[in-house]
Every structure is written in structure tokens, then in C-alpha cells.
Design a binder for this molecule. Structure first.
Ligand code: NI
Length: 253
């Protein structure tokens, strides 16, 4: 199996006890590439460090909406400078998250999201979008800029899916699609055009069934892919291979 995990957070402290050994074991468990995604500036630096250290790792750098208020001064030129490394391929994860009351005010989230989209467009790189309970504002901003990129851990309806597809973006699905009550995600998995679907873990979070609730890693994509392939009436290997090709294309590899 040739799994490309299009969205992982191996810098997370959940991996502190055994990070080296776990990452070393991924290739023999079917993982051929990993895009490690920054959420804070610190996390972005760690992503670049991993891409330097491991041949099959690539990096995305960006400020997640949760950290939008603490984005340090000059965060845009600092992010831009990281693209001097040829393994830094995307701006992410960025977006809007209205789910938690303690998240930064919406105006701050929108401003930081828009500035980072502008940076990605200036650099000709795709974005990785996080959108939670913020579909209308996310679509409005994406419609304004029409950036290249992916809706990560897409959790919207089939109607929202059609709007995102019309913008030319990719859709990435993770472990949530395997959960018993995930009716919307299953409908989306069946409806995404073959050339627009990516696979991801968002690890250490969102482990698919039968490991729901445990720490996730990229090898578990095979369980997510098995559920999606069944919904689409495809072979798992075919689906995983095509999603890998889609990820390579999106990232310009
Ligand atoms: Ni993430």
C-alpha cells in the first residue's frame, strides 16, 4: 500500500514518548509520504525540522485559527522565509473555528486567515483549510480569493461539498468517516469526484474505527480507506493509490 497522509501532527506531545521509533516504523506499515502540518509558529518550525530529518516527510506551515490572536509580530515574513526550504509545500493549517467560545474573536480569525491566503497565492502554494462551525464565512472568504488547496477533515454536507468543488478545491477525509453515526461524512465520501479526494489522519486525533479514541498514526489510514472504498464500490488499493496521486498533484510534487 502507498499511503500519503495529507495531514498529520507528529509534533504533538502525544508522540513524545516514542516519536522516533513510530516514524521509523511507518514505511514498513504502508506509509510512503506524510505532510506534517503546523498549527502554531512553533509547530510550523517542528514541521520543517521533520521534513529535513525524514526523507518521506513534507511540511506545511501556518497559524491555526485557535492561535490567531497570538500570531507573533512579523508572522507573515517569518512563515514566508520557511518556504526557502524546498520541502515546505503548503500554507496550513489555516481557517476559521467558531466552535469554542475561548477561540479568538471572529474578526481576528478572518484577518489572519485572509493574510495567509494572500501569502499562499503570492508564493503559488496551496492552502490547507480548517473550518469548524464556520461554513458560511469560510466559503465567503474562499469565494473571494479562490485559492488552490484542500478542505481538511471535511465535515460539511453534500451541498457544501458542491460549493467547495465548484471553487476547484480538494476534499480530505479522515477517521471520522468510519464512525457509526457519521451519515453526512459517508454521503460525502461517496459523492466526492475521484480526482478530488485526499486521505488524512489529523493524527494524533481522530483515530478511525476500530481504534476510535486511541492515539492515531498514519498507518491507520488503511482503516479509513477501507470504509470509503466500500462506500464507493472500489478496491482499497486503488483508492489509496489514487488519493496519493491527488495529493502529489495538489502539492506540485
Ligand atoms: Ni489538523
Amino acid at each position: 500500500m502507498n499511503i500519503f497522509d495529507s495531514h498529520a501532527h507528529y509534533d504533538d506531545e502525544a508522540f513524545d514518548p516514542d516519536r522516533e521509533a513510530l516514524i521509523a516504523s511507518l514505511p514498513e506499515r504502508g506509509v510512503s509520504e506524510v505532510l506534517n502540518v503546523g498549527a502554531s509558529f512553533e509547530g510550523s518550525l517542528r514541521s520543517v525540522e521533520f521534513a529535513q530529518k525524514y526523507g518521506f516527510f513534507y511540511a506545511a506551515v501556518g497559524i491555526h485559527p485557535e492561535y490567531a490572536a497570538d500570531a507573533e509580530e512579523q508572522y507573515l515574513p517569518k512563515l514566508e522565509a520557511l518556504f526557502a526550504n524546498p520541502k515546505v509545500l503548503a500554507v496550513g493549517e489555516i481557517g476559521l473555528d467558531y466552535h469554542w467560545a475561548e477561540n479568538p474573536p471572529r474578526e481576528i480569525q478572518k484577518r489572519v486567515f485572509e493574510r495567509q491566503i494572500e501569502l499562499a497565492q503570492k508564493l503559488g502554494r496551496p492552502i490547507l483549510v480548517h473550518s469548524r462551525d464556520a461554513a458560511a464565512d469560510t466559503l465567503e472568504i474562499l469565494g473571494k480569493y479562490r485559492p488552490a488547496g484542500v478542505m481538511h477533515c471535511f465535515s460539511g454536507s453534500v451541498e457544501t461539498l458542491r460549493e467547495v468543488l465548484a471553487l476547484g478545491m480538494y476534499i480530505s477525509l479522515g477517521g471520522a468517516v468510519t464512525f457509526k453515526n457519521a451519515k453526512k461524512a459517508k454521503a460525502v465520501a461517496a459523492a466526492v469526484p475521484a480526482d478530488r479526494l485526499l486521505l488524512e489522519t489529523d493524527c494524533p486525533y481522530m483515530a478511525p474505527e476500530p481504534n476510535r479514541g486511541r492515539r492515531c498514526d498514519s498507518s491507520m489510514i488503511r482503516d479509513t480507506a477501507a470504509v470509503i472504498a466500500a462506500l464507493r464500490g472500489e478496491e482499497v488499493e486503488t483508492l489509496v493509490g489514487r488519493c496519493r496521486e491527488n495529493t502529489l498533484r495538489m502539492l506540485g510534487l
